[in-house]
Design a protein around this ligand. Sequence first.
Ligand code: ZN
Length: 85
Amino acid sequence: MKCPHCNHSIGLFSKTMNSFEKNRVCPSCKQPIKSYFDFKTAMIWFIPIAIFNFIASAILGLSAGITMAITVGILMLVATKLKIP
Ligand SMILES: [Zn+2]
């Protein structure tokens, strides 16, 4: 994810993103940032990820529950973005 102010890359598992503080700030420019779930991006990614998981689960013999969890996990990664609050 990139900071909307300075384009500094902030990891989804970084300290900033996992803090419980309401007012998050960019570790680079100290400007306030807010994370949100971008449904449009999620929709674009959903079908290719679902197809990939369907094929992967057929090969590896994974259960539908695990496949679904992986799909949701990847969608969270690609569709979580930052904006200026
Ligand atoms: Zn920044």
